[in-house]
Design a protein around this ligand. Structure first.
Ligand code: CA
Length: 230
């Protein structure tokens, strides 16, 4: 079934251009012309991905993104932000806003479509890896779901990717550089400070409760998921 993208952009020409290219590439599109429309559309039916312009009337893209991340039912919808403000990029893909990727304006529609495909590939791999589990934690890559002692827990997309990377390499040390690359994408390593990894690990540990201590800090290198702990 065709993947559905919600295109949020107040400028009709740009909106049409994005829809044209996405539909040509086989996506189904819905559109919203303001931040509050976007929230309504996502609540009505969660799309597979949101392309979200930063500059919007009423609620801007940053606020829309923040609200989607805060709500458990929309926290994991992939979001690509469109922005002409290069100085905002750190915040957009960082902790504060939590978009999955961004495309700088002016943009090439082809590049945007490529980013949409890449983000969806990360969110829904074609060949899902089997269930990953360690102690009370179980992570299902296909369903993008995590349980702790059998209870579902809500992780942001980055926290999910981070946990998946740690579980896949359980017992091995993963450097901050590796995690930046794996979780935030190759182009992001120069933009996001490694502190971002530390803060995400801290949040992930907190959400994992008693199992959080399994994520061990390896001084001046990175992190390791401990398997030999009861
Ligand atoms: Ca705009």
């Amino acid at each position: 079934m065709a993947r559905e993208v919600l295109v949020v952009e107040d400028e009709p020409d740009i909106r049409r251009l994005i829809v044209l290219h996405l539909e040509r590439d086989g996506f189904r599109c819905r559109t919203a012309a303001s931040g509050s429309d976007a929230l309504r559309e996502v609540k009505a039916a969660v799309p597979d991905l949101v392309v979200l312009d930063l500059m919007l009337p009423e609620l801007d893209g940053l606020e829309v993104c923040r609200r989607l991340r805060r709500d458990a039912s929309t926290a994991s919808v992939p979001i690509i932000m469109l922005t002409a403000k290069s100085d905002e990029v750190d915040r957009i893909v960082g902790l504060e806003i939590g978009a999955d990727d961004y495309v700088g304006k002016p943009f090439s529609p082809k590049e945007l479509v490529a980013r949409v495909r890449a983000v969806l590939r990360r969110a829904h791999p074609d060949h899902p890896t089997p269930l990953l589990s360690a102690g009370p934690i179980a992570l299902d890559p296909a369903r993008h779901a995590v349980t702790l002692h059998g209870q579902a827990i809500v992780l942001t997309p980055k926290e999910f990717d981070l946990l998946q990377a740690l579980l896949e390499s359980a017992g091995r040390v993963l450097s901050r550089e590796f995690l930046l690359n794996r979780v935030w994408g190759y182009a992001r390593a120069d933009v996001i400070e490694s502190r971002t990894v530390d803060v995400h690990v801290r949040r992930l540990r907190a959400k994992l409760g008693d199992a959080g201590s399994r994520i061990a800090t390896v001084k001046s290198v990175g992190y390791r998921f401990e398997t030999d702990q009861l």
